[in-house]
Design a protein around this ligand. Structure first.
Ligand code: IPM
Ligand code: MG
Length: 354
């Protein structure tokens, strides 16, 4: 089990340290876990003058799974795009062909009151946003800022090929077959040609899965439906940009973005696992970040890259146990619960696992 740990910047370092302790606690000795650390993001710039150092990319390629923390630093906006620490993540996803980004939004019953929505709306919530991760406005050409008639013009291109839509479509239907057999494809086909193609291809792929219900929704309506009645969804499949936005919104249904793990997969075995939250520079280095999203990312790693279902289930049960015991980091704290720091939440997890 070769795991590359790319902790990165901000709270990435703190939450990854706790996730790693949990990983080491649940994997049996016989599985021969091999951990290797490498710098990425601001840490990569510091170590090798590149947010994605070639040695880091090499290590990632040779691994079975990557545990990623977060990358990016305040003030990034002033540096050229490909040198920005945050861009290291985009380059890594693209270089490794990790096109399918699973972002589950799952409510632990103990956190129903931490959600910004009413308990009766989110109780029992269990949906997955499947975000296409290597196409769309993020990577389309042409791009850049040019000069036209004496003023600056910014250009990005929404682009999807049929094969890109097809492969994420198949991933969505396969995921739905292991869940409640419903796929909602989210697009903007009323306005954008790219998204009409997206809808047409999704419909074609859908005919191969007659046992799965396929619906189509425009992204604006999908945003509304997520807030009004999120439990109507099972698997939401959408493009890179819409998925970025909707997954942050869905995170809040679960109480905190600090609870949300993710898995990015390609057509091979390699997977990248990361919390959805990012670097959170305002709270970095203060031992207050919630490590549960990173810890739940390890759960996804054990399930999806290593098929270690029992070890994964132990993590899920331990998270439920620490929440039931009342442990809360600042982001999910409510009066009457026990407020703890990042490290202490990790300690509570280890105790629960024992
Ligand atoms: C995410 C993040 C990234 C993205 C940023 C850090 C580039 O917001 O993983 O959702 O936009 O994909
Ligand atoms: Mg995002």
């Amino acid at each position: 089990m070769k795991v590359a740990v790319l902790a990165g910047d901000g709270i990435g370092k703190e939450v990854t340290a706790e996730a790693l302790r949990v990983l080491q606690a649940v994997v049996p000795k016989s599985a021969a876990l091999e951990i290797a650390h490498a710098p990425i993001g601001g840490a990569g710039v510091e170590a090798a003058g590149d947010p994605l150092p070639s040695a880091t990319l090499e290590l990632a390629r040779k691994s079975d799974a990557i545990l990623f923390g977060a990358a990016g630093e305040p003030g990034d906006e002033k540096i050229p795009f490909d040198m920005r620490p945050g861009a290291s993540l985009l380059r890594l996803r693209k270089a490794l062909g990790l096109f399918a980004n699973f972002r589950p939004a799952f409510l632990f019953p103990e956190l129903a009151d931490a959600s910004s929505l009413k308990r009766e709306i989110v109780d029992g919530l269990d949906i997955v946003i499947l975000r296409e991760l290597t196409g769309d406005l993020y990577f389309g050409e042409p791009r850049g800022v040019t000069n036209e008639g004496g003023e600056r013009v910014g250009i990005n291109t929404m682009r999807y090929s049929e094969s890109e839509v097809r492969r994420i479509g198949h991933a969505a239907f396969r995921a739905a077959r292991m869940r409640n057999r419903k796929v909602c494809s989210v697009d903007k086909a009323n306005v954008l040609e790219t998204m009409q193609l997206w809808r047409d291809v999704m419909t074609e792929v859908g005919t191969e899965y007659p046992d799965v219900e396929l619906t189509h929704t425009f992204v604006d309506a999908a945003a509304m439906m997520l807030m009004r009645n999120p439990r109507q969804f099972d698997v939401i499949v959408t493009g890179n940009v819409f998925g970025d936005i909707l997954s942050d919104a869905a995170a809040m249904l679960t109480g905190s973005i600090g609870m949300l793990p993710s898995a990015s997969l390609g057509s091979g075995r390699l997977g990248l696992y990361e919390p959805v939250h990012g670097t959170a520079p305002d709270i970095a280095g203060k031992n207050i970040a919630n490590p549960l999203a990173a810890i739940l990312s390890v759960e996804m790693m054990l399930r999806l890259s290593f098929d270690m279902q029992e070890a994964a289930a132990r993590i899920r049960r331990a998270v439920s146990a620490v929440l039931a015991e009342g442990y809360r980091t600042a982001d999910i704290y409510e009066p009457g619960t026990k407020r703890v720091g990042t490290r202490e939440m990790g300690d509570a997890m280890l105790a629960a696992l024992r």
